[in-house]
Ligand binder design. Structure first.
Ligand code: IMP
Ligand code: MG
Length: 370
């Protein structure tokens, strides 16, 4: 992991892989241009590194020029005129090979096409080390592509973020900043535990179940654990400050995480505020409350079924089950309102196969990242 200015980047494409791509571009260019005395046109700044590598591999005669795309104020009728700044050769009647570090939207390419055409080149082809097909909005054919990459922001090998990173010999991509912190809710029997386990794997999130955190702290006799226990022994509720303290310790333990799944917390709006505040101190926040929605009748049926096989007493009695479901709704209604007001409430249909439900939740999570 590296940091450039305010952003963090993670390794993405190795130097060996880049070298192989360049070898393959160079091979094709050699095959086509070896005897044509082409003009290599490197587009600055980003292409300096890849241009040097491609040109080193060229086996015929060639000329080399580096240009920057710019524009100047033309006559009042022509408006701003695009130009290649630094062009020292006449390109008229020449075979040109444009070398780009990356083609993203294709705007740069469009400008180059217009300029080269106006210069009366005999023909030109485009070579680019990286191409982002998802970002590309033009129709120009790109003749030599080193590598297609997803629509992520990358640095290294000539490419920069606000001036930095051009010297890196491999490619790094922007690390997903904002953590994906989820508050997961579901009535008893909704399959919350199952989904938490799957999602934790799928998105590499840390699952923080308040029950587990309490047990851990009490068992290990941490200071917060001992304090919590003193309240519990007296039959009193553990004050929010102590619970939050334990959660904060969990969050701090996993400071590099992609995000957290909070399970069993918050239970009140005061706790929701406290959680939000805790996360904001770490430059993040709750991204969404995801609530699994399952009709009561289905829940009762599921839990009774589970009770028969597991022998859990609280799953054996329909009356108790219905009461637990009722308690859940009484408790979570305020939180639903709380998160709904912030545009962070997502109800997800919890009826279906495990995979189907994961898919529905994933749609929510993926939409949060955009
Ligand atoms: P275009 O959108 O194809 O015109 O590309 C414009 C310019 O944006 C490129 O020449 C690069 O300088 C820059 N660029 C596009 N994508 C990236 C990236 O992922 N990292 C760094 N610079 C980029
Ligand atoms: Mg460029």
């Amino acid at each position: 992991m590296i940091q450039l200015h305010d952003l963090r980047f993670e390794p993405f494409i190795s130097e060996e892989k880049i070298t192989r791509s360049i070898d393959s571009i160079a091979e094709k260019i050699n095959a086509e241009y070896k005897d044509k005395n082409p003009v290599f046109l490197g587009v600055l700044n980003g292409a300096f590194m890849v241009a040097s590598e491609i040109i080193k591999r060229f086996e015929g005669d060639c000329e080399v020029t580096f240009v920057k795309l710019g524009s100047y104020e033309g006559t009042s009728t022509s408006g701003r005129v695009e130009a290649l700044i630094g062009l020292s050769h006449s390109l008229e009647g020449r075979q040109v090979v444009v070398i780009e570090d990356i083609v993203d939207t294709g705007n740069t390419l469009a400008a180059i096409d217009r300029i080269l055409t106006s210069h009366g080149v005999a023909g030109y082809k485009i070579a680019t080390l990286f191409f982002k097909p998802k970002a590309y909005q033009k129709n120009y054919n790109i003749d030599y592509i080193g590598m297609e990459i997803p629509n992520d922001f990358i640095v290294g090998y000539g490419l920069d973020y606000d001036g930095l990173g051009r010297n890196l010999t491999q490619i790094y991509k922007l690390k997903q900043q904002g953590m994906t912190n989820l508050v997961l809710f579901g009535p008893p029997g909704a399959g919350k535990g199952t989904q938490a386990t799957v999602l934790k794997e799928k998105y590499q999130l840390i699952h923080i179940s308040t029950g587990d955190v309490f047990r851990y702290n009490i068992k290990n006799e941490t200071e917060l654990g001992r304090t919590a226990k003193s309240y519990m022994d007296k039959g009193q509720l553990v004050p929010d400050g102590i619970t939050i303290g334990m959660l904060e310790a969990e969050v701090d333990k996993n400071s590099g995480a992609n995000g957290f799944i909070f399970d069993g917390f918050p239970r009140t709006t005061a706790q929701a505020d406290a959680l939000s505040q805790l996360l904001q101190e770490k430059n993040t926040d709750v991204a969404a409350m995801i609530a699994l929605e399952v009709e009561d009748e289905v829940l009762v049926e599921r839990l009774l079924g589970r009770g028969k096989t597991s022998g859990r007493v609280d799953d054996a009695d329909e009356e108790i089950i219905r009461n637990r479901i009722k308690v859940y709704y009484n408790e979570t209604a305020v939180l639903k309102d709380y998160y709904q007001e912030k545009g962070k409430y997502y109800g997800v249909n919890g009826v279906g196969s495990v995979e189907e439900i994961t898919e529905r939740i994933s749609e929510v999570i993926d939409s949060l990242k955009k």
